[in-house]
Design a protein around this ligand. Structure first.
Ligand code: ZN
Length: 338
């Protein structure tokens, strides 16, 4: 089998890899129906998270179960499944509390940009659909593995309420799906910060009511202006830089919430500034597994179509082109078909 391996900045190869095998009785082997390139894959691709050795890539996936270990009970070969980017047992105290991405036995999925992958803790990690879905649903279903679940968590952590005013910082795939999530949760107004026409258009399709192209202090001022000087009830931070985090905190009204899902790179917060901002902060790696049943239903019932976020579809062997297109911001997100 061939799979995706990152060798260093800008150097992605699709090359011969060992076939995945059941290593523990709780493992499953999944044949990938669709996978994709994540914004977080771009950090090591750009050298921002230096790697020390060739590293297999990919953590977003859906597909058909091919093989299961002797202890696996909830999924069986032939079923179509979607799993989180973080494998979890779904039984430990953190899983029970709703935070499977902090599972005591968590394992990060990291070999999904390949035709087959091993999924640890299959019973806790994978959710099967009632039937094998049609091909048109695959783009939306694969987003539930990470990017859509992460946008949903941003809105959930940001305490989005029916009728509330939401601002979304970041117009990448997660930010755009955070817009969709906020609207689905009933937000009255969703302000998207974006300066790219194609992304603004998709944000509007997903339910954004206002677009702010300005950034930094000017962007904060625009959000204040749009909210009569108050600030947004919920701000969803979907980038992870010091600028985006500062912008999010300053755009939030006292008593409001910031849901932050951009993996922080160089973000430091000043205690005093936080203290006087009077805001709630909640974020982290999204507990995608918790949301899977609900989000699968929404997709299968045609209520949401997060797959629209893919503006580039490539055969898996051209994965390197997907990274390049996203790195150069020519594509919002690349779908890969084995
Ligand atoms: Zn757990």
């Amino acid at each position: 089998m061939r799979g995706t391996v990152l060798y260093g900045p800008g150097d992605v190869r699709f090359e011969e890899r060992p076939e995945p095998a059941v290593l523990a009785p709780t493992d499953a082997i999944v044949r990938t129906s669709a996978t994709c390139v994540c914004g977080s894959d771009l950090w090591p691709y750009r050298g921002a998270n230096p790697i020390t050795q060739p590293t297999p890539m990919g953590h977003e996936y859906c597909g058909i179960v091919e093989e299961i270990g002797s202890a696996v009970k909830t999924v069986k070969p032939g079923q179509f499944v979607i799993g989180s980017f973080a494998a979890s047992d779904n039984t430990c105290p953190h899983c029970q509390y709703g935070y499977p991405s902090s599972c005591e036995h968590r394992e990060w999925i990291s070999t999904a940009q390949a035709p087959r992958l091993r999924v640890p803790l299959a019973d806790g990690t994978l959710v099967a659909t009632p039937d094998v879905p049609s091909d048109e649903l695959l783009p939306s279903l694969v987003t539930l593995s990470d990017v859509m679940g992460t946008g949903w968590f941003a809105a959930d952590a940001g305490n989005v309420k029916p009728g509330g005013t939401v601002a979304v910082v970041g117009d990448g795939a997660v930010g755009l799906l955070a817009v969709l999530s906020a609207r689905q949760m009933g937000a009255g107004r969703v302000i998207t910060m974006s300066r790219h026409e194609s992304r603004q258009k998709l944000a509007r399709e997903f339910g954004a009511t206002d677009i702010v192209a300005a950034r930094g202090d000017e962007g904060v001022a625009r959000i204040k202006e749009l909210t009569r000087g108050v600030g947004a009830d919920s701000v969803l931070e979907c980038v992870g830089t010091p600028e985006s985090m500062t912008q999010a905190i300053q755009s939030t009204r006292p008593g409001g919430s910031v849901g932050y899902v951009g993996v922080p790179h160089g973000v430091t917060l000043k205690g005093e500034q936080l203290f006087y901002s009077h805001i709630r902060l909640h974020g982290g790696p999204a507990p995608v597994r918790r949301y899977l049943p609900e989000l699968i239903d929404l997709v299968l019932n045609g209520k949401i179509n997060p797959g629209k976020v893919f503006d580039l579809v490539l055969p898996l062997e051209r994965v390197a082109d997907g990274y390049r297109a996203m790195d150069e911001r020519r594509a919002i997100k690349a779908l890969l078909r084995p």
